[in-house]
Design a protein around this ligand. Structure first.
Ligand SMILES: [Zn+2]
Length: 162
């Protein structure tokens, strides 16, 4: 029989034989205690292995979910970003057209605007008629503060609200 050093099975059988000889020679109480001890160790090991396996499974599930969410988030972020860029470009384009249109249109419209603007020179907040000072500021600066309630009014918003 070739005895190989480091062979686990040989070592196990050797110690097992030793244990059996000791076990058979030992008193009954020691035998029972040994059996109970082995059973306890076995049960604890099984429980421990079960919980470790469960924990590892849960961990793997969480990691998997996390990676999935990460990739999903990244992909949606990339898609959303590109989509947003396209949308903003479209909006910008539309705004440029809208901004150009009134400038190129007939200058008569400006007169109409100022006329209606003068008619509707009431504060949208409190409803009081603007004083001449406020109206002048509104005309020159494009915005003014109501002499009654102090709310800011822009000439653009007044025109739009008409
Ligand atoms: Zn007011």
């Amino acid at each position: 029989m070739i005895y190989q050093h480091g062979d686990g099975w040989e070592w196990f059988t050797y110690y097992w034989d030793e244990f059996i000889t000791w076990f058979l020679a030992a008193p009954l109480i020691a035998q029972i205690l040994v059996i109970i001890g082995i059973a306890t160790v076995l049960i604890l090991t099984i429980v421990l292995v079960y919980y470790i396996a469960k924990g590892v499974c849960l961990l793997l599930t969480y990691i998997g979910k996390g990676i999935y969410k990460l990739f999903k988030g990244l992909s949606t972020a990339v898609e959303g970003k590109s989509k947003k860029n396209e949308e903003s470009e479209e909006i910008h384009y539309v705004q440029v057209i809208e901004n150009r249109a009134p400038v190129q249109s007939v200058p008569q419209k400006v007169n109409i605007n100022t006329n209606t603007y003068n008619k509707a020179s009431f504060c949208p907040e409190c409803g009081i008629r603007f004083s001449g000072k406020v109206l002048n500021a509104l005309e020159s600066r494009g915005f003014a503060f109501c002499q009654q309630c102090g709310s800011k009014t822009e000439s653009n918003s007044v025109q739009i609200s008409i």
